[in-house]
Design a protein around this ligand. Structure first.
Ligand code: NAP
Length: 284
């Protein structure tokens, strides 16, 4: 039987530790760590994610400021809001919920977030620092995956990792983090030829593709570690980007969907916000 990389359990354990850190921060500073979330438009899935992030702040004793802007928001208006939050000393972290409406220059807005408050790891500068092995808040989903792999002592050095997907928030930072952990990394994308052959050569497979069960169980090498970042709601509770039915007979370890990567993402956001607050107060 394969080892289950239980993100739900690890996130709950880390939340307990964060609750203690937040209490200690409050006692020392008389202040509360604050995450500002920005939701632009009325996409229901994005609204749900932002609500979940606010709830996670509450669970560890943090506050959150919820900024909601209309669908018609311009790049300039969003940049001005980010400037305001950058200048607000009470705000320790800023989360701009992705995706923003099409008329907005999302990259320019991400990059306006000050590095010290980029707790979601979305700026080019933060990505560059992380890639170079310098201190940086990593993009939350791949950073959460690394935490999960390290917690379960999954051996990474010398392993061949195949990351399927190259988005700025997931595939690319995932690949750099695995490279920094001494994996040999292959990045696959929509123009990759013969995906099954690449997968068959992988010691570690990361599904970050956004297509339900695109990666088939039969492609996976026996003994591989399987990490599924995808989530797609279904009648039976949801599926990921990898076909996980029967995977425990093939993989040596895998992340379940749900309960694997998902809980680690929000957990990483909260952990990085607590760290930003501690740094700002000179406690870390
Ligand atoms: P994205 O921006 O849509 O990127 C998808 C990537 O997959 C792209 O690089 C694309 O290639 C590649 N791709 C698409 N079809 C492919 C194919 N047939 N073969 C190989 N590669 C293909 O998505 P994302 O934001 O990175 O998210 C990926 C998945 O992770 C989604 O299922 C999403 O729900 C999930 N996710 C989960 C969390 C979490 O908290 N658990 C957070 C973020 C995302 P091109 O670059 O060539 O277009």
């Amino acid at each position: 039987m394969a080892l289950v990389l239980d993100g739900k359990a690890l996130a709950a354990q880390i939340e307990n530790e964060l609750t203690e850190r937040v209490a200690a921060y409050k006692a020392k500073t008389n202040r509360t760590p604050i995450l500002a979330t920005i939701l632009v438009g009325d996409d229901p899935a994005s609204a749900t994610y932002v609500r979940m992030k606010g709830n996670a702040c509450k669970r560890v004793g943090m506050d959150s400021i919820r900024v909601e802007m209309p669908e018609s928001t311009t790049t300039e208006e969003l940049l001005a809001k980010i400037d305001e939050l950058n200048a607000n000393r009470d705000v320790h972290g800023i989360l701009l919920q992705h995706p923003v409406p099409a008329q907005i220059d999302e990259r320019a807005c991400f990059d306006r977030i000050s590095l010290a408050k980029d707790v979601d790891g979305v700026t080019c500068l933060g990505f560059g620092n992380m890639s170079m092995g310098e201190p940086a808040y990593g993009s939350c989903t791949p950073q959460g995956i690394m935490h999960l792999l390290n917690h379960y002592n999954v051996e990474l050095a010398g392993k061949h990792a195949v990351v399927v997907g190259r988005s700025a928030i997931l595939g690319k930072p995932m690949a750099m983090m695995l490279l920094n952990a001494n994996c040999t990394v292959t990045i696959c994308h929509s123009k990759t030829k013969d995906l099954p052959t690449h997968i068959a050569n992988a010691d570690i497979v990361v599904g970050a593709v956004g297509v339900p069960e695109l990666i088939k169980k039969d492609w996976i090498k026996p003994g591989a570690v399987v990490v599924d970042a995808g989530f797609h709601p279904t009648d039976t509770g949801g599926c990921g980007d990898i076909e996980l039915g029967g995977i425990d007979a093939v993989a040596s370890a895998y992340t379940p969907v749900p309960g694997g990567v998902g809980p680690m993402t929000i957990n990483t956001l909260i952990r990085q916000t607590v760290e930003a607050a501690e740094k700002e107060a000179g406690l870390a």
